[in-house]
Design a protein around this ligand. Structure first.
Ligand code: EPZ
Length: 431
């Protein structure tokens, strides 16, 4: 299994192209099941999760093809993928496939909306908390689906089609909003989604569905209205830039010092996180080509953050920000309110010399002047990349094990960092 070796201590200098967002790409790909026409997605990141979802969609009957590289295109440029579900050949999403990636559970929405039935394995356990699907199922029930749990599978039936309804989420759920939105596009009548997630990835899905012929208003606000249509058509859509990748590299530059242009990044997708990076002592400036992050000398300042649904500070950047705070000149408090068990990186950061104390949903991080390299491993992709950030500033060598977590969500991580002066290397087959 691959590992990544990092020797810390070098400032990052250069340019990092930001890839298409994983968490937009996955629901966009799933939306291809809603139509028998071709959906073309540009700027799709090359990630293990994208490959895994391609296989899951193939099982339902989606044909896919990938455009070759265009002349002058670098290997990091996003790929263009065509997805075409002319016929749904299977409405079952089996355990072997769904258990590997939670987002694949969302296929339940287009399958029931288009076919009137779906049989989807309950997603498996997850390293960052229990992550139930009750709200996703509530949304489908509101739209008239009959839901039964049979032998670990959710069986959803709506033989006469879904019907528009009011869906009121008691808490903000990204996946619940994606599912409600996709299902409502083909329901008869009007659906109103209250307390909808406002994450940019929801807006990107709504924009693509609209190009496919859906009638949606209010995406990006807490109330989304969908007027159902009889069928959707094909479309071409470019995936929005990855705000979590953007924030991760911004925090890496704040950690090591240096000057990096995050090419193609959009500050408006992660303003709360960039504000925290600025408060920590880095300079963050939007330019024509993206977002530039610099830190030249000066201490890292302690900053308190609390994770919240968008537009608040994202849970998917909590681990990375904690890594940055391990070197701050003082104590910071990092509170996690979205997932109940998303502190698995704490003990691994401690192996690098960090001082962190957990108190319920809050981590108290006491900055230290020096981190020291060590072998580490992590349990999810954001935790893994937080260890990379810490390693970039640590004295000596760090080996990050279980690199497959990184490959799920960060395209060409070692190449992007290596091109900016970092001493990073992928080690294959450790023996
Ligand atoms: C999405 O997960 C993202 N995944 C996550 O990113 C992200 O951390 C999360 O949203 C929050 O922003 C993708 O987009 C593929 P939720 P999702 O439903 O949709 C609870 C990453 O690292 N809840 O918004 O599964 C849930 O337990 C991943 O890229 C219920 O109680 O998250 C959590 O506490 C990790 N019942 C809260 O809601 C439900 O039925 C928010 O979860 C559904 C969710």
């Amino acid at each position: 299994m691959d590992r990544i070796r990092i020797v810390g201590g070098r400032p990052l200098v250069g340019r990092i192209p930001i890839s298409g967002a994983k968490n937009a790409a996955l629901p966009l790909m799933i939306a291809s099941l809603l139509t028998d026409r071709k959906l073309t997605l540009e700027n799709l990141p090359r990630l293990a999760d994208v490959g895994a979802l391609t296989r899951i969609l193939g099982n339902h009957g989606v044909d896919y093809s990938i455009d070759g590289k265009r002349k002058g295109e670098g290997e990091i440029a996003g790929q263009t993928v065509h997805l075409e579900a002319r016929a749904i050949v299977d409405t079952t999403a089996p355990y072997e496939l769904v258990s590997r990636m939670r987002a694949s559970f969302w296929v339940i929405a287009p399958l029931i909306a288009r076919m009137g039935e779906a049989r989807v394995s309950l997603p498996g356990g997850c390293a960052i908390g229990t992550r139930p699907v009750d709200l996703l199922l509530m949304a489908l029930e509101r739209l008239g689906a009959q839901i039964d749990i049979e032998a670990g599978y959710v069986v959803a039936r709506a033989p006469r089609g879904l019907k528009g309804a009011e869906i009121d989420f008691p808490k903000v759920t990204v996946g619940g909003t994606h599912v409600a939105l996709m299902a409502a596009t083909l329901a008869q009548g009007t659906t109103v989604i209250h307390n909808a997630a406002r994450e940019p990835e929801v807006g990107d899905l709504a924009a693509c569905l609209t190009k496919m012929g859906a009638r949606i208003s209010g995406a990006g606000t807490a109330t989304i209205e969908v007027e159902g249509v009889a069928r959707l058509g094909g479309a071409s859509h470019a995936v929005l830039p990855d705000r979590i990748e953007t924030g991760t590299y911004a925090m890496a530059v704040a950690m090591t010092g240096g000057d990096v242009l995050l090419e193609g990044a959009r500050a408006d997708l992660l303003q709360a996180a960039l504000d925290a990076v600025s408060a920590a002592g880095a300079t963050v400036v939007s330019e024509a080509g993206g977002v530039r992050v610099t830190r030249n000398g000066g201490p890292i300042r302690p900053v308190d953050v609390t994770t919240e649904p968008f537009p608040g500070f994202p849970t998917d950047l909590q681990a990375q920000f904690m890594a940055l705070m391990t070197r701050a000149a003082g104590v910071s408090r990092i509170r996690e309110t979205i997932f109940e068990n998303r502190f698995m990186h704490v003990q691994e950061l401690a192996r690098l010399g960090a001082h962190i104390r957990l108190d319920g949903d809050t981590a108290l991080v006491e900055g230290v002047p020096v981190l020291k390299g060590a072998p580490v491993m992590a349990t999810d992709l954001r935790a893994s990349v937080s260890l990379v950030i810490a390693a970039l500033a640590a004295e000596g060598e760090t080996i990050v094990n279980r690199v497959y977590h990184l490959d799920r969500g960060f395209e060409h991580l070692e190449k992007k960092l290596g091109a900016c002066n970092a001493d990073v290397e992928r080690l294959s087959n450790p023996g």
